[in-house]
Design a protein around this ligand. Sequence first.
Ligand code: NAD
Length: 483
Amino acid sequence: MSETAAASVAPLRTDFSLLIDGELSASAASLEVINPATGRVFARCPAATRTDLDRAVQAARRASGHWSGLAFEERAAAITRMSAVLRANQSALAERLTREQGKPLGQSRDEIARAARQSEGMAAIPIRAETLVDDAERRIELRYRPLGVVGIITPWNAPINLAAGPLTAALYTGNTVVLKPSPYTPLSTLKLGEWLREVFPPGVLNVLAGGDELGEWMTAHPGIDKISFTGSVATGKKVMASAAGTLKRLTLELGGNDAAIVLDDVDPQAIAPRLFFAACVNSGQVCMAIKRIYAHERIYEALCAALANEARKAKVGDGLDPHTQFGPIQNRMQYERVLGILADARRGGARILAGGELPEGSGYFIPPTIVTDLEESSRLVREEQFGPVVPVLRFSSEDDAVRRANDTRFGLAGSVWSRDPERAAALAARLEVGTAWVNQHRATSATVPFGGAKESGLGRQYSVLGLKANMEPQVVSVLKQPM
Ligand code: NAD
């Protein structure tokens, strides 16, 4: 049987439901989900209507009274049980994640393990009232109250991890949640919601799949108090504009164009694998991937050659194949966008050192590609490529490297690489970003704030800052004078 014929008779997976008020729910509308490794529809799931959203928001509001009244320790215990569910179902969830997202199975498993670990880490952070004044006359306390209902909207590049962070922050601090995954990758999130019925009381967590319009309805909904949004800068601006109507609180985790500055004293052979991985993992579809490499002229040629060598060794294929290191681009629109950015670099006279040729067959595959000798005005330098196409640019003065790294409206993260970490740290502190790393990239943890400067976002995730962003500060001021 031909591959096409086999695919046409393979049954569509349809065992997915919305989660509303603790019940699994069908819907009048549906979404088709494509496996990016084949380019074919393999599953269908319900798509929430406006009525479904209203039901979910009402359920979340009803559940809020009881949930917000629990002690932090009780909600932390529920988060621990959520992490246990993630771990117990790691393999089954990873398989669904790889089929819809494309990443290699091992990386899907890592994403789920990370979500479990980070959630536990966040739920161990204490939130305490602070006493600002306590003297003979007055006691003034700063307390923190839950906001109410938090709407969480996630993108398609790491659906489980990017849901778990805001979900934990919202739930642990006493809010209830309506969670909406990307229409490109709804399945793993819906399945997780189904399994989490045993952890959270009805209405505390509601999971709705749906198209972009569902996101718009959420941002304008008067019953939602805060939006935690992870996605592109362009959509983030729409979310902010729409949320203004009800003055919702916002956390925006948006795109990046992270620069890695490589100083003249490094060993190019030794660091190339680490730079390459930080740029190309998940086929470059990571907000905090390295998206531009600035290399000192003394090591430029050697570093380019070493990076090209890494790219040539890369095993690209279906994420379900255990040998695969790099899966496909997640969707056709993004695939065509990355190819357009590569074509623009070629037209501008850039040199492709490795990669750049598309494999035969179906699926949205672009092999890791190293691009050199390109103009600073090239789209590959100016825009967030969000794909495995890495520009390597030459610099001669460190001041010039910092200036070029900062010459962007993005400000998510960046890194400086050197044999001398203190020399690198001084330069890293000059990067206009939310996180500046030295001799590493992509290192985050539950207790360290993460988020973007400039147009890469608003507010911070993780850490006490990320938790308090789900709470309203309240001053309680007591005059100690009997009336
Ligand atoms: P996207 O902005 O297209 O979509 C993100 C989500 O927003 C989806 O669920 C989508 O349905 C929804 N949406 C679309 N239009 C909406 C609207 N008008 N109102 C409300 N919701 C709407 O982003 P994407 O293409 O799915 O994801 C890739 C982007 O996400 C990249 O730019 C990447 O850098 C960014 N990202 C950022 C972080 C971070 O932590 N800063 C993490 C991961 C991804």
